[in-house]
Design a protein around this ligand. Sequence first.
Ligand SMILES: C[S@@+](CC[C@H](N)C(=O)[O-])C[C@H]1O[C@@H](n2cnc3c(N)ncnc32)[C@H](O)[C@@H]1O
Length: 427
Amino acid sequence: MPASPSRMLAARLVNAVLLEGRGLTLTLQETRATGADPRVVAAAQSLAYGTLRRAGRLRFFLRALAGRALSPPTLLGPLLVGLHELDARTGPDYAVVHDSVAGVARDHPRARGFANAILRNFRRRQMELETALLADPEARWNFPAWWLERLQAAYPDSWQAIVATQNGHPPMTLRVNRRQTSVQDYSRLLTQAGHANRQTGPWALTLEQPVPVAELPHFQTGWASVQDLGAQWAAPLLGCEDGMRVLDACAAPGGKTAHLLERHAPRLLALDSDARRLTRVRDTLARLGLQAEARHGDAGQPWDWWDGEPFDRILLDAPCTASGVVRRHADGKWLKRAEDMQQLAREQTRLLDALWPLLRMDGRMLYATCSLFPAENGERIDAFLARHPEARLLPVHVPGCVGDEDMCQLLPGTDSDGFFYACLLKT
Ligand SMILES: C[S@@+](CC[C@H](N)C(=O)[O-])C[C@H]1O[C@@H](n2cnc3c(N)ncnc32)[C@H](O)[C@@H]1O
C-alpha cells in the first residue's frame, strides 16, 4: 500500500514548524499555490494542527521510544504524525502503523525498521509513558516550559484552565454587518441554512459547528465576517464618530478596520508594514463595500507616511506573541521563544511612543493585543503612563475582563480568545 499523500504532507508541515521554524499558515498558502489537491491539503492541515496542538506530549513519547537522537532529523514529522494518530485513535492501529511506515520508507528506506519499532511499541508502552509524562510540564500541558512559567506567574489560580481551553478547538464566531442586516435576522438565516448558532455579543453569533465561509448566507456580499468575540470590542472601545480622522496603525488583515467602518463613517487610514497582508485589508473592504485609505508603512516612523493632520482616534493593535489566540494557531506556541517577548515588548514601546504625538488633545488611543502576558499588556501601559504624564487611562468596560479595573484582560474561554485593551486619553 503506498503512503497516503495527506499523511506525508502533514509530516512535511510539522517539520516546517518544528525543524525550520516556519509558520503553518504561510506553508499552507505556498502548498495550495502549487496546485495541490485541496482535499489532501485540508486533511493534512487537520492532521498537522492536531499533531502540533499535542506536540509536547508526542515529542515526549518519541524521545522515550527512540532512546536516541533521530537521524535524519526529518524523521520527526512522520513519526509525530503517526504517534498523534495512534494516540488520538484516528483509525485502526495496523493501518496507521502500516501507512506511516510506508511514508517514512519512501523518503528514508533505511529507517523503515526503526519507524516500525517506534510505532508498534507505542501501544505496548503507552500506560507506562502516560504516567511518566506527568513529571514533565511541557509534555503534560503541551506548552513550552517558559510559556507555562509566565502563565503561572500571571494567573496563579487559572493557568490550568487557560491551558486546557487553549488545547481545545476554537469557536467560530461571526460579526454581523449591521449596515446590511440585524443580528436577529442573520441568526435566523443561518438557522434556516442548517447552521445552529447563538448570540454571544452585540454583533456576535457563535456557530455550533465551524463551516466554510462560502456556506455562510450572503458572505460574498458582506453580510457577515469571521471575527472572534474578543476582537469585536475594539471598535466600540475606540469610540469613533462620523467624520473623525482615525488611524488603524497595525491594520492587516483588516478585521477591526472593517468593524470600525461598519459602525461609523470616519476618515480612516489603515496602515500596515506588511504589504502582502495589506492586500487582505483591501479585499475585506471591497467585500464589505467599505472605504478607507490602505497604506503600506512602519507605524514607528510616522514621518514616512503622516501628513501632519492630528488623529482624533488611534487604534494600535500591536504585534505580540499572540498567546491569547494560540488555540487557533497551534504552531505559534512552538515558534515563539522567551526572547521574542522582550523584543516584542521593545517594539510595542516604540510604536506607542511614535504614535502618541499624532493624537490630538482629548483624543483617544486604544492599545490592544491578543496576548495574555503582562509584559506585553499592563506593564507596557504602566511604563507608558510613567513616561507620559499627559496620558490618562479611560476605564475599559467589557464583560468577562479580569485584573486591573482600568484595563481589560480577557482570558480565553468558551466564547472568546484572550485579548487585552487599554484606552489612553491625551489630556
Ligand atoms: C495583531 S495584527 C493586527 C490585526 C488587525 N488589527 C485585525 O484586526 O485584523 C498586527 C499587525 O501589525 C502589523 N505590524 C507589525 N509591525 C508593524 C509596524 N511597525 N508598523 C505597522 N504595522 C505593523 C503586522 O504586519 C500585522 O498585520
